[in-house]
Design a protein around this ligand. Structure first.
Ligand code: F3S
Length: 66
């Protein structure tokens, strides 16, 4: 599993890094960033889906096969 953020959609709501700080961070302006290469460790898959479903802009993609 892999996560991506569509920077064109992200408005900096910050739910991603609040809910899944192991997977996401925030830049200087509060926009979400993917930590590392975005590969989700097996134990963090629930957090990845939680963050994606809580992003008001639907800016987070969860790629199940990656
Ligand atoms: Fe951006 Fe959504 Fe996170 S708007 S900061 S990707 S919760």
């Amino acid at each position: 599993m892999k996560v991506q953020i569509d920077s064109g959609r992200c408005q900096g709501h910050g739910r991603c890094y609040d809910l899944a700080p192991d997977l996401f961070g925030g830049d200087d302006e509060g926009y979400g960033t993917v930590l590392g290469d975005g590969i989700v460790p097996p134990g963090n898959s629930r957090d990845a889906r939680l963050a994606a479903s809580n992003c008001p802009e639907r800016a987070i993609d969860v790629l199940e096969e990656a």
